[in-house]
Every structure is written in structure tokens, then in C-alpha cells.
Design a protein around this ligand. Sequence first.
Ligand code: SAH
Ligand code: SF4
Length: 398
Amino acid sequence: MTSPRVNLLDFDADQMAAYVAGLNEKPFRAKQLMQWIHQRGVSDINDMSDLAKSFRATLLDKAEVLSLPIIKDEHASDGTRKWLLDVGAGNAVESVFIPEDDRGTLCISSQAGCAVNCRFCSTGRQGFSRNLASGEIIGQLWFAEHLLRSDPEAIRRIEKYPTPGWEHTGRVVSNVVMMGMGEPLLNYDNVVSALRLMLDDRAYGLSRRRVTVSTSGVVPMIDRLAQDCPVALAVSLHAPNDALRDQLVPLNQKYPLRELLAACERYLPFAPRDFLTFEYCMLDGVNDSDIQAKELVRLLRNIKCKINLIPFNPFPESGLKRSSDQRIHAFASVLLDAGMVATVRKTRGDDIAAACGQLAGDVVDRTRVRERDVHSAEIEITEVESNEQPIEWLKKLN
Ligand code: SAH
Ligand code: SF4
């Protein structure tokens, strides 16, 4: 019986080196393989022309380069692009590319479904299917980057990116946010392996400030991430006290706010910038009062942070409503008046229903969402640069 092929996308640089050594090949072969796969986007081992023929023959027998099959590829009028990816057993995950004037952000998934089951998140409501392998995580960047390089519109945009070295790499994706489906820190090893590839100069060479892990607050893993791969951290807070957060983010019952915020403070010295981001989903009548804003100020006053207010993206089963623009405005004013840094997340890709927190749990469910609600969904992802003006969004609302 032949053993199954290994997926070369599953290996970070060290793992690739170990694999190549195990085949009795010289270490530089590992570097060549990384470059072929990640820098040039080549998946066919036959095309890796500077590898010795005998080595190629061994690889053809034992290895492959396999990313998740694409079920659907959608383009929004604002340039946002979304891919629905097959993870088997009738399940799917999504990746979203959001082009902006000075960057191209890819939002990727870490799990099919999610076990945390946040009250306001359709991924959570759909339950947990499985962890994605590291190759399935980095594979989302791999195919998006190389697919977009053949898109003339995307190519035009890269000339605007200030990403160092883009002239050499021709890189289209300048930022990655782990804000798709799943809780990245509950799939820790595979996520860290994929993060290492994102940062590795032999692969994608992204700076640590441009790679963001978003977490609902898995305290021990925040500490491990600080040691293993300290990229930018976004913490999904959504409530200013334990009583409410216990209901909205059930993981809070295991890791309450005091422990979570202590972990955040421990992370700060390792963070690529001198602040963390807290995400706060604005839910009408649930967490959006002035009193709650003041409570939030008291909670976060001593942590260097930025609060990112996310207008709730509704989905029918949630029974929740988005806060009005006026309420979001008033909530933010309380934060700003108290000297906090706060921004509101813009919405993008409306016409392809690529909503944050509304990503597909499975193909069947996805179809239902589209039939019901094709025009109401909104999405967004922004990674905030340190020079962003906190009050800019207020002007947009006015
Ligand atoms: N599991 C991680 C990352 C994926 S969710 C986390 O929770 O942080 C990415 C972000 O989308 C989180 O901040 C999450 O709270 C937010 N989100 C989830 N559902 C949403 C919804 N329906 N509307 C707006 N934001 C939502
Ligand atoms: Fe999971 Fe994040 Fe959704 Fe919560 S918000 S259910 S942690 S994906």
C-alpha cells in the first residue's frame, strides 16, 4: 500500500528543512522548495526546474502542494473579493481580500465553524466542525496572493502599497488578519506554523505589524503567542463587565476579564506596536449605552489600546440588532472624551455579502443566507495604522 503524500504547504521553514534532511537532500533544497511554492506560487513539482530530476521524482512520489478547493469566487464592486473554500463533509470556510488605497488585506479562517459560540456570531452559532491544517491556513494566502497577481486590477494597486520590497516580490497581499471563521488560538500549533510562513522572508516576508491574530480571549495561548510568534493582537471584548461578557462570549466564564486583561498587559511588551486592539461589536440595547461606555473606559484606562467599534452584522437567527449610527457616535464620544483611542470599522464588499461574523458554516447554509439576505450583509476588516485619526469616522457619520 502506498502511504499518502505529505502536503508541502503544511511545513514552515524548520519543518521543510527537517523534511528535506529526512530525504537525504542538502539544506539549500528546502530553501528552493519554499521559494518555488510560496514566492512563485508553483504547485506542480515538475515545474520546479532547478531541482535535480531525481529529487523531483522523489517528491512526485511522496509529496504534493495542495490548497483547499475553491467552490466560489466572488467580486464586489468595490474590489473586495471573496472565496468560498471546501473543507469536506459539506462544510466550507471563507477568505476575503479587501483592497484599499495603501494596502491589500486578506482575512483568513482558522477553523471550520467555531466552538466558542459567541451570541452574535453566525460562525459560532453553526457549531464546530474541525481545525484547519496549517497548509489549509497558509494555503488561503498562497492561492489568494498568486491568483491576485494575475488580476490586472490588483496589480495596479500594488504600486501604491508602501510594503518594503514589493518591487521585488510583486506582493499583492500586504496585510493578513485572522478574522475569518474560527478561533485561531484554539488551533494554536497550526496557526503558529502558518504565521511563521507569513513572516518568513523565504515565503511571504510580511512584517509582524501587518499580521493580526484576533481572539475571543484564550488566556494561556495569548501568553504562548507572545513567546512563539508575537504578531499584532486584537482581542474581541464586546462587553465592559463579566456579567454581560459571560453571556455574549461564553469563553469569558473560563477566562474572565481580570485574567484576560492581565494577559493583554503581559503581551504588550512583545506586541509589534505599543498598543493592542480591542474589538467591540455594537449591539442595540445590549452593550451600547453611555453607562457601558464609561465602564469600558474604567476597564481599559490603564492599557495602551485602541478600541475598534464594529457595527453588528445581523443574521436572522441572532435576535439581535445593530446599534444606530447615532448610538455608535454617542458611545464613541464617551470613549474619545475620556482620552481613549477609538475607531469604527468601515463596511466593505456589501454586494457579495462578505460580512464579518456572517461567514459561511456550510454550503447549504450559505445558500440560504444569500437567498434571504443578499443585500443587507456588510463586511469589514480594517487594520489600523498607528497614524490613523481616531475621529475620522465621526466625520463620516455626520
Ligand atoms: N474568533 C476570533 C476571530 C474571528 S471573529 C474572534 O472572535 O476574535 C472576527 C471578529 O468578528 C471578532 O471580533 C468577532 O467578535 C467579530 N464578529 C463576529 N460576529 C460578528 C457580527 N455578526 N457582526 C460584527 N462582528 C462580528
Ligand atoms: Fe468563534 Fe470568534 Fe465567532 Fe466567537 S466571534 S464564535 S470566537 S469566530
